[in-house]
Design a protein around this ligand. Structure first.
Ligand SMILES: [Zn+2]
Length: 241
C-alpha cells in the first residue's frame, strides 16, 4: 500500500512536471507566434504604405495637381476648343447666315417677338467653319498689326470659336448699324431687349464684362437650349460657376 502511494505520488509529480514543462513551452510558442504576426503585419503595413505612396504620388501630389489643372484646361488665349459641326446640322436662316438646326426656331421666334415690341434684331454672323475662322483670325491680325494675344481678345483662334459649333450668333440693332460688333451695342434697344428676354429663348451672353482674357462682346450670344449645346459649352459654364 505504501509502495503504491509512493508510486502514485511519483506518477503525480511526474505529471505535474510534464504540465509545467508543457505550459512553459506553450507560453514560449505563443510569444514567438505573436512576434511573427507583428513582424508580418508591420511588413505588410510598410509594403502597403510604399505601394500607396508610389501609386498616388503623395509627396508630389500638389505639384502634379497643378500640372493636371493646367493641362485639363485646354483654353488657348482664353478661348475653349470647339469642333466644327457637321454640314447636315446647319440651316440657312438668311442669305449667308447658317445656324445649328436645333436652335434656329428659338432664334427666329426671338427675333419675331422682339419685332412685335418694336425692337429690330439683325443677325450679323452665325456658323463659321474653322477655315473661315482661320482667315478671320490671321488676316485681320496682320491687317491691324495685332499680335495673337491682342487679336484673341476680340476674335477666337481657329478651332476655338463658338461660331464653329453653329450655336453662336452675333446680333446687331437694325436702327444702329454703327454699333455692329462694338461695345456701344450695349446702349441699343436691341441689346436692352436681349438682356431682359434672351434667356427665355435659351440664349446667353458668352463674353461678359467679368472675363479677363476675352473682351466683353455684347453682340455675341450662344444657344444653350439643348443637351448637345449644353454639353458643348460645359467647360465654359463650369469655369463660370
Ligand atoms: Zn461672335
Amino acid at each position: 500500500m505504501f509502495l503504491f502511494l509512493r508510486l502514485e505520488n511519483k506518477i503525480n509529480y511526474k505529471n505535474i512536471e510534464d504540465i509545467d514543462f508543457a505550459e512553459r513551452k506553450l507560453f514560449k510558442g505563443k510569444g514567438v507566434k505573436l512576434i511573427k504576426i507583428i513582424s508580418l503585419l508591420s511588413t505588410f503595413i510598410i509594403l502597403s504604405l510604399i505601394t500607396f505612396i508610389l501609386k498616388n504620388n503623395v509627396f508630389i501630389k500638389t505639384e502634379s495637381n497643378t500640372i493636371k489643372n493646367k493641362t485639363s484646361d485646354e483654353r488657348i488665349l482664353g478661348h475653349f476648343p470647339y469642333k466644327q459641326t457637321a454640314n447636315n446640322n446647319l440651316i440657312e436662316i438668311e442669305p449667308n447666315i447658317f445656324v445649328h438646326k436645333d436652335m434656329y426656331e428659338a432664334l427666329l421666334k426671338m427675333k419675331k417677338d422682339a419685332q412685335r415690341e418694336g425692337v429690330y434684331l439683325v443677325f450679323l454672323s452665325g456658323y463659321r467653319s474653322i477655315k473661315l475662322q482661320k482667315e478671320i483670325f490671321y488676316s485681320l491680325k496682320s491687317l491691324r498689326n495685332q499680335n495673337a494675344l491682342e487679336r484673341a481678345r476680340v476674335s477666337a483662334p481657329p478651332g476655338y470659336s463658338e461660331h464653329s459649333t453653329g450655336f453662336a450668333i452675333d446680333i446687331g440693332d437694325a436702327n444702329n448699324p454703327q454699333t455692329d460688333f462694338e461695345v456701344g451695342f450695349e446702349k441699343t434697344d436691341a441689346f436692352l431687349w436681349l438682356k431682359d428676354n434672351a434667356a427665355k429663348y435659351h440664349f446667353r451672353l458668352s463674353f461678359n464684362k467679368k472675363q479677363n482674357s476675352v473682351d466683353y462682346e455684347p453682340w455675341h450670344w450662344r444657344y444653350e437650349g439643348s443637351i448637345e449645346a449644353l454639353r458643348i459649352f460645359e467647360s465654359s459654364n463650369r469655369k463660370n460657376f
